[in-house]
Design a protein around this ligand. Structure first.
Ligand SMILES: [Cu+2]
Length: 138
C-alpha cells in the first residue's frame, strides 16, 4: 500500500512538472533541396508560477541551431542572435515568421514537406523537452 501511494505521488509530481511548459503548433518551413537554412516556429506556453528560459535548441538534421529575433534597422529587416528566450509565468511567447524564430542553419540533408523532425528544446527550469515539428509550406 505504501509503495502504491508513493507511486501515485510521483505520478502526480511528474504530471505537474511535465505540464509547466507546453509547445503549441510547432512547424518548420519547407525549403527547396538547394537551401541549407530554414526556421522553426511555435508557441511556447508557460503554465507555471515561475519564469522559465529557453537556453538552447538542438536537432540532428542541422549543424547550427540558434534563437533569432527580427529587428528593423533603418528600414531594413535584420535577424539578430539572442542567447536565450524568457517565458514569463502564466504567459506565452509566439515564434512566428517576421518575428522570433529558431534559426536552423547548415541542413545536413534536404527536408521533405510533411516529414516530422525531432527537436530538443532545453529550458532552465523544465529541462529537455522533445518535440516533433512537421515540415510545412505556409
Ligand atoms: Cu534567423
Amino acid at each position: 500500500m505504501k509503495k502504491f501511494i508513493i507511486f501515485l505521488l510521483t505520478g502526480f509530481i511528474f504530471l505537474a512538472y511535465g505540464n509547466e511548459i507546453i509547445i503549441k503548433d510547432p512547424w518548420i518551413r519547407a525549403v527547396p533541396p538547394s537551401s541549407k537554412n530554414t526556421a522553426l516556429f511555435m508557441t511556447i506556453v508557460n503554465k507555471s508560477d515561475k519564469q522559465d528560459t529557453l537556453i538552447s535548441v538542438k536537432t540532428d538534421i542541422a549543424k547550427i541551431v540558434m534563437i533569432h529575433k527580427t529587428v528593423e534597422e533603418n528600414g531594413i529587416m535584420k535577424m539578430k542572435h539572442v542567447d536565450s528566450l524568457s517565458i514569463p509565468p502564466h504567459s506565452e511567447v509566439k515564434l512566428k515568421p517576421g518575428g522570433l524564430h529558431i534559426m536552423i542553419m547548415g541542413l545536413k540533408r534536404p527536408i521533405k514537406e510533411g516529414e516530422e523532425v525531432k527537436i530538443n528544446l532545453f529550458f532552465k527550469n523544465s529541462g529537455n523537452i522533445e518535440i516533433l515539428a512537421p515540415v510545412l509550406r505556409r
